[in-house]
Ligand binder design. Structure first.
Ligand code: SF4
Length: 365
């Protein structure tokens, strides 16, 4: 379940240095790598005039002295958002496990030996209760995830009922359901869906190391359908999967060059789950994660940049640096789909110590 916009022909004009060995902090050199040209949604084209970022430019940002990078990210953040306002989003797995995809990080895949048990789609009343609970805890967005490769027509109808339950309670509704066929995005939109999440996960040149059951273009195609239906796009990726710094730059370039770039950009840190191929992945330097957040903020200045999976193993100090770097949204609640998340109380306590307010960040023009 994770992924944007049109033809992704390699663009030789936009290139950067080569991937280097997977390590926390690596430097780019030599050989060009291809990445997808800016993906323009045909229906969105007319209103988009945004900077095109090369991988090399983004890699150069990642290479900046830490203080310089933080200063730049915080400056961009302040120019577009209230710097002390953070969105709380809640994520509920409404249909867990049994997924035929083989995403290397995911315990919901049937290809991996994890302890996650498959469930059916939750009933409307169960979801409505969860929405009310989330709202009472301060959430303004309610995201629902279902572990499908691609929902069938009947699944889209069933999820539409869940979306209506979220909207009845006055929250923003977001779904992540896998790849969408023609017509599905329109049905979800008509049910009231505000955002559709489909992550690109990683850079195109690292993608095949992580997933083999669908390709990058499949993800881009779904994002085009979402954008063309008029639903806001939530699209980000995961860092710490063994990619190089240059490949992190490649992921951010893909996201920032979507036209328009996503309204919401979740940056996840790999959660190493027993039984998945990435269970024993080497740790990423936490400061590299902070750098990735900062570069997402600089390149996508009006997006809500969400500090997503992986917060459970992050210190308060690292999370605080992520807010300095421009993160203005977090997933809130004890669980993220199937993995643990800091408790709501711990989050509110941290936000309080940092003097951060919760609410609905809206970008200034
Ligand atoms: S394995 Fe399935 S549920 Fe897990 S991330 Fe991939 S598509 Fe989503």
């Amino acid at each position: 379940m994770s992924a944007t916009l049109t033809p992704c022909a390699p663009d030789a004009a936009i290139q950067a240095a080569t991937p280097v060995a997977p390590a926390a902090v690596t430097t780019a050199t030599a050989q060009p790598v291809h990445f997808h040209a800016p993906h323009k949604s045909p229906k969105a084209n007319a209103r988009v005039a945004q900077r095109v970022w090369s991988v090399a430019e983004i890699a150069a940002l990642l290479e900046l002295p830490f203080n310089d990078l933080m200063f730049q990210a915080q400056t961009v953040h302040r120019a577009h958002f209230d710097p002390n306002l953070v969105e709380l989003a809640t994520l509920l797995s409404v249909k867990t496990g049994g997924c035929p995809e083989d995403c290397g990080y995911c315990p919901q895949s049937v290809h991996h030996e994890s302890s996650v048990e498959a469930t059916k789609l939750m009933a409307v009343d169960e979801v409505r209760s969860a929405v009310r609970e989330a709202k009472a805890s301060g959430a303004t967005r309610f995201c629902m995830g279902a572990a499908w490769r691609a929902p069938k027509d009947r699944d889209i109808e069933a999820v539409s009922a869940l979306i209506r339950a979220v909207k009845d309670e006055g929250l923003e509704a977001c779904c992540t359901l896998g790849m969408l066929d023609d017509g599905h995005a329109e049905i979800l939109r008509d049910a009231g869906l505000d955002y559709y999440n489909h992550n690109l996960d990683t850079a195109p040149d690292f993608y095949n190391d992580i997933i083999s059951t669908r390709d990058y273009q499949d993800r881009l195609d779904t994002l085009v359908r979402v954008r063309n239906a008029g639903i806001s796009v939530c699209c980000g990726g995961i860092v710490g999967m063994g990619e190089s710094r240059l490949q992190r730059a490649g992921l951010i370039a893909e996201l920032a060059n979507l036209a328009p770039y996503p309204e919401s950009v979740p940056i996840n840190h790999l959660v190493k789950v027993e039984g998945t191929p990435l269970a024993n992945q080497a740790d990423l330097d936490p400061l590299e994660f902070v750098r990735t957040i900062a570069v997402a903020r600089i390149t996508m200045p009006k997006a809500r940049v969400r500090l997503s999976a992986g917060r459970q193993s992050m210190s308060d100090a690292v999370q605080a640096l992520c807010f300095v770097a421009g993160a203005n949204s977090i997933f809130y609640g004890d669980k993220l789909l199937t993995t643990a998340n800091p408790s709501g109380n711990a989050d509110l306590e941290l936000l309080g110590r940092l003097g951060l307010k919760t609410g609905h960040p809206v970008a200034r023009d």
